[in-house]
Design a protein around this ligand. Structure first.
Ligand SMILES: [Zn+2]
Length: 115
């Protein structure tokens, strides 16, 4: 699905940091979520946290959980988003929308999965 562009991280050319700053000034920014990408090209957002560090911690723990299985995420990213956006996205199954936060390499901080 496509995130509402007036919320943080619309995935447009402005880039995440500008979006996040702008959104925070206006009070839309509420937290961070972990984006999990799968081999089939779909993604999901999990581990919503108030702090970027909290979300990064979640991503590391989650990576450790999945790495033993045959089916594991191909990438993690911590992205800024609103709580409302996070809730909305949770209703989408196997989302493959390139407009979602963290879709571009430049957006969001890539976190290596421990091997
Ligand atoms: Zn999506």
């Amino acid at each position: 699905m496509r995130q509402d562009d007036q919320h943080a991280g619309g995935g447009d050319s402005r880039g995440r940091s500008v979006d996040a700053t702008f959104a925070r000034l206006l009070g839309w920014w509420t937290g961070w979520a972990v984006r999990r990408d799968w081999a089939d090209g779909s993604h999901e957002f999990v581990g919503f946290r108030a702090s970027e560090r909290g979300a990064a911690r979640f991503a590391r723990r989650d990576g450790n959980y999945w790495r033993r299985g045959p089916w594991r995420p191909t990438a993690y990213a911590v992205v800024a988003m609103t709580r409302a956006g996070f809730r909305l996205h949770a209703q989408v199954q196997r989302c493959q929308d390139a407009g979602c936060p963290g879709a571009q390499r430049s957006a969001g901080e890539r976190i290596g999965v421990a091997r």
